[in-house]
Design a protein around this ligand. Structure first.
Ligand code: SF4
Length: 357
């Protein structure tokens, strides 16, 4: 695979093994073994990252695709990922990358500096660690973030938030925004469908919102019959309102059958709208539907006067009624990171190669 890179966040055990401290999985490794994520491995008695400087591909996307609706709307973001994942979601929508065991997936080489220069050259306002979770390639993600920030490019983490406290602090100290998956609101779902646990994800969300300046939005992929019941959605949205506050945007997105979960149907648009209604009834200010056309459910409204602030249809922006991040009608601030005008990238998706970078 790629070049092995030294890491922190591991310790030696009395029985001769080493334990990785990056995520709650706490893999215990003998020499030559790889962790569950497959990209952190024991070499020469230490835990190394085997995918440093390698990527599974690059693409210029609308920032709304991450999804981030309150972070520099309308601008483009240079997206990339590596390989592997520290969760085992049966419904993974990027399984070719997350479950990759092949060097072919990491065809593109890119130093942090080359990546930052590419982002500038391509006119991107930010770079996003996405496709797979930056938690597992933390050293590479933070070096890329630093190189980007030095050139005025923001850093965005798209993550499941399944990370231990020390690594969590290190990763997010280098980020400007994050979209965190809250995959469901029950422990059995996390255990049986994702091979993980719910509590560390809730802790990551509370940490981000209350102890950092990172702009945070949440995504819940609704899977028919598994995490879309009224009671669960009521509990989830109540928790977000009470523990994180009403201004954290929440995206309910549609599932399509994939990977090991092909016996479930696509999520109907009515389910997404129902989830949004439950969130709004629990006084969340910004609840969105995703992966469907739904102008009403994807637009941003002023929580004080109800005026339309940002019109959206999927990734396409329409009317814009924000002045200095405030409602142009009543002056109430809208939570987020806004500029005077929205970007003009639109819904385009542009794959790019950084050959020789
Ligand atoms: S980051 Fe990888 S190696 Fe470390 S504990 Fe998590 S799954 Fe295991």
């Amino acid at each position: 695979m790629g070049a092995s890179h030294q890491t922190r966040f591991w310790h030696r055990l009395d029985d001769g093994r080493v334990e990785c401290d990056v995520c709650p999985r706490a893999c215990r490794l003998h020499e030559g073994q790889r962790g569950f994520c497959f990209v952190r491995a024991r070499e020469g008695g230490e835990v190394v990252l085997t995918t440093y400087g390698r990527s599974s591909g690059f693409c210029v996307d609308p920032i709304e695709k991450k999804p981030l609706d309150h972070f520099l709307p309308g601008t483009s973001v240079l997206s990339f990922g590596t390989a592997g994942c520290n969760l085992g979601c049966k419904f993974c929508q990027n399984w070719d990358i997350s479950k990759s065991r092949e060097i072919d997936t990491l065809a593109d080489a890119a130093s942090p500096e080359a990546l930052a220069e590419a982002a500038v050259r391509l006119g991107c306002r930010s770079v996003a660690f996405t496709y797979n979770d930056p938690v597992i390639f933390l050293e590479y993600a933070t070096d890329v973030a630093d190189a980007c920030r030095a050139r005025g490019i923001k850093a965005v983490a798209v993550t499941a938030g399944y990370v231990s406290p020390g690594a969590r602090q290190e990763l997010f100290a280098h980020m400007d925004a994050a979209n965190v998956d809250l995959k469901a609101f029950t422990e059995p779902f996390y255990r049986n469908t994702c091979a993980g646990h719910l509590q560390p994800v809730l802790e990551t969300l509370e940490y981000l919102v209350h102890e950092t300046d990172v702009w945070v939005e949440i995504t819940t992929l609704l899977i028919p019959g598994l995490n879309d019941g009224d009671a669960e959605l009521d509990e989830l949205t109540s928790w977000v309102g009470e523990r994180l506050g009403p201004a954290v945007p929440l995206h309910f997105t549609a599932f399509h059958p994939d990977w090991k979960l092909r016996d479930r149907p696509h999520t109907p648009a009515t389910t997404l709208r129902r989830a949004r209604e439950i969130g709004l009834a629990n006084r969340l200010r910004y609840v969105y539907t995703g992966n469907v056309h739904d102008r009403e459910g994807q637009s941003t409204y002023c929580h004080a006067c109800g005026a339309l602030l940002i019109e959206r249809d999927w990734y396409e922006l329409g009317a814009w009624s924000l002045t200095d991040g405030r409602c142009a009608s009543c002056g109430e601030p809208c939570a987020g990171v806004f500029e005077e005008r929205p970007g003009t990238w639109g819904a385009r998706r542009l794959p790019v190669r950084l050959a020789g970078a």
